[in-house]
Design a binder for this molecule. Sequence first.
Ligand code: ADP
Ligand code: ADP
Length: 218
Amino acid sequence: MSMADVFVFAGPPGSGKGTQAKLLAPKLKVPHISLGDLLREAVRSRSKVGEIAKNYLDAGKLVPDNVAIDVAEEAVSRKECKNGFVIDGFPRTLEQAVLFDILLGKLKSNLKKVLYIDIPLEEILKRLTGRRSCRKCGAVYHLTYNPPKKDGICDVCGGELYQRHDDTDEVIKVRYEVYKKQTSPLIDYYTKAGNLVYINGAKDVSEVFKEVSKAVAS
Ligand code: ADP
Ligand code: ADP
């Protein structure tokens, strides 16, 4: 890896972006940035951004581009990211993608690959309804695919596991529609830019990670 390579995870909600990003970042020894995690943290801490973001997150809609871009810019401009980073959940619109290119130019970072993980809708529903996350450390589990050793307790830190507000059937459907309409045009954008790698996400976590690792090394 050269000095400041950037890897983006894209794909529909529940495709495993966060799971794969959490595996890749330590392997590359760079930070992992999750826009969803940053926005949920902003809501929890009742910051100004959080006050704006809350209703969008609850409804499964995207927060306004200027908010998403500000949050992403602040995160990736930190010195920890100067040797590169892995980001998931950003960009999610064409507008964000264009501004992200400009930002990376300013930071002298190089968008190396966009790892586009795809899974079918029925699998999305199973993944998201069974997802549980740790309140304390953010580790992600699944009731059947990746259960914690003790019910409701994080294996890593002992924190409490919770189900996200937006992981309900109704909100998942909205998020999927939003994805198709606002985010899927990025596939074309990054294909044209020569950055896109298609990853079949409908396999075990370790199998998917093999594909991801191969794509990153190529
Ligand atoms: P995203 O960040 O794309 O929304 P997550 O990484 O949070 O997706 O994964 C969604 C849910 O699916 C989580 O409960 C996670 O444990 C589970 N999961 C992730 N990858 C896989 C996989 N390859 N096979 C089975 N379950 C998975
Ligand atoms: P998932 O893991 O299911 O793909 P995330 O945790 O990445 O979901 O995002 C959760 C919510 O945070 C989204 O439904 C949206 O409201 C908001 N969000 C995350 N990333 C962005 C973004 N790049 N632009 C606008 N809103 C975003």
